[in-house]
Design a protein around this ligand. Structure first.
Ligand code: GLN
Length: 205
């Protein structure tokens, strides 16, 4: 069966993720396409979805406003694979506090039972890169790009830790749902996108 991947295209790193998913589909020789999706109708047609990095308050509010948040939650709960990157992982969480301003009233999907700190590694100008590893999913070395990245301090019993950095949790998985604090689409290494394409292929075929 041909697979349709979507990249949520409300705000943030959309094009970079489309290119990374396209490269992953090609490298794996899988029959699939990837498109930018924004409306509930567009979202309803995808088999796997990337929620990109950007600004979680903006992505949350606009997707609530256009009705996408509701269908996103339904589809993820029904088993659609999703890769939430940085702001995307914030959106997937059920408990997000900003390091400086604390809790604000922002729409969340309440999918991952995690306690998350937004902007945990500092502001935009404190962005950095570091080698990280995601051993349990077969990626021993990866270049982590951290831009106003969140971290996770507590996880629910059904959430698996995929990676830590400086004793902070930076990547998690729960069944069909992956959340990462760093930006894989900003590196030339497509191994995480390949893992996600494979996961979607396994779930759907
Ligand atoms: N700090 C941003 C937020 O909480 C996320 C930053 C990013 O996606 N690069 O929404």
């Amino acid at each position: 069966m041909s697979l349709t991947f979507g990249v949520l295209s409300i705000q943030g790193d959309v094009l970079e993720n489309i290119l990374s998913i396209e490269a992953a589909i090609d490298a794996l020789g899988i029959d699939g396409i990837v498109t930018a999706v924004r409306t509930p109708d567009e979202i309803s047609k995808v088999d796997g979805l990337v929620i990109p990095g950007g600004e979680s308050t903006t992505i949350g509010q606009l997707s609530k406003f256009n009705g996408s948040l509701k269908i996103l939650k339904e589809k993820i709960e029904q088993g659609m694979p999703v890769l939430g990157i940085c702001a995307g992982m914030v959106l997937l969480s059920n408990n997000a506090n900003d390091k400086v301003v604390g809790k604000i009233d922002q729409p969340l999907l309440n999918i991952l039972d995690i306690k998350l700190e937004r902007n945990s590694f500092g502001r935009q100008r404190e962005s950095f890169e570091s080698d990280i590893s995601l051993n349990s999913i077969g990626i021993p070395k990866f270049n982590g790009v951290f831009i106003r990245a969140p971290s996770i301090s507590e996880i629910g019993s059904d959430v698996e830790v995929l990676s830590t950095f400086n004793e902070k949790i930076i990547a998690v998985k729960k069944n069909n749902v992956i959340g990462v604090a760093f930006h894989p689409e900003l590196t030339s290494d497509i191994s995480l996108h390949k893992y996600f394409v494979n996961l979607t292929n396994t779930v759907k075929n």
